[in-house]
Design a protein around this ligand. Structure first.
Ligand SMILES: Nc1ncnc2c1ncn2[C@@H]1O[C@H](COP(=O)(O)OP(=O)(O)O)[C@@H](O)[C@H]1O
Ligand SMILES: [Mg+2]
Length: 223
């Protein structure tokens, strides 16, 4: 990438990766760089970073084919664990959800549910469905980012976990509107997957929640 990369501005230093915004061949891009973890043996560390660097763009590409807006990937530099992708201009859903009107919120959440439905219908799970990983553009299109923990997995369990994670994320980040939002998400999800498939996933979510409570109770009862 060398010469073409001019100024890079760090926008996020995460646990796993650093993100930069840069101008690259006359485009605004995001550069996602996975940095070495010193606590991991060197060879294992490289293997993990290489896997995620290759895996994330593949899933983003698959998601796009499933009809889910994701940033276009411009370059994958495996040796440097670096991905260069389209910069999506917009705001994190996290930043807009609480202040939105009820109608806007319903619309956004329904759309999110439709996107998740499309992923699941195509045998993909996102793996980290939080409102930080969703970008709302000025044209009110929602992009999903951060597929590093995603998977090609069509199993009911994985789909249940995916949605359950979003439910938990809504409860912790948007507690005042969480229930309303999750209902709208499910409406969107049902509209894509159909009543039967959606009902099966819903039953799975309830099972996952019961399991969670059971574990919590056992921990309380433990001596
Ligand atoms: N292509 C992109 N365009 C615009 N913003 C992005 C893009 N990719 C990531 N971001 C922003 O940067 C944040 C961190 O990126 P992410 O891929 O989620 O990294 P992490 O694995 O550290 O969470 C995201 O929550 C999102 O707000
Ligand atoms: Mg993220």
């Amino acid at each position: 990438m060398g010469e073409a990369t001019m100024t890079q501005t760090l926008i996020k230093k995460g646990a796993e990766a650093s993100l930069y915004i840069a101008d690259w061949h006359d485009r605004h891009v995001i550069i996602k760089k996975r940095l070495p973890k010193k606590y991991r043996p060197e060879q294992l560390d490289f293997t993990i970073r290489r896997y995620r660097t290759v895996h994330e763009p593949q899933l983003m590409h698959e998601a796009k084919r499933a009809g889910v807006p994701t940033p276009t990937i411009f370059l994958v530099d495996v040796q440097n664990s670096t991905i260069v992708m389209e910069y999506i201009e917009g705001k994190q859903v996290k930043q807009v959800l609480d202040a939105a009107t009820k109608m806007q919120r319903q619309k956004i959440c329904r759309e999110i549910g439709e996107l998740i439905g499309k992923l699941h219908r195509h045998g993909l799970v996102h793996g980290d469905l939080t409102t930080s990983n969703m970008i709302l553009t000025d044209l009110e299109k929602i992009f999903l980012v951060d597929f590093g923990l995603g998977d090609k997995n069509a199993e009911l369990e994985a789909q249940g976990v995916d949605l359950h994670l979003l439910k938990r994320a809504l409860q912790s980040t948007h507690f005042k509107v969480a229930d309303e939002c999750f209902h709208a998400v499910l409406d969107g999800y049902v509209s894509v997957r159909g009543q039967d498939a959606a009902a099966t996933v819903l039953a799975k979510i309830r099972e996952i929640e019961k399991r969670g409570r059971y574990i919590a109770e056992r921990q309380q009862d433990a001596p």
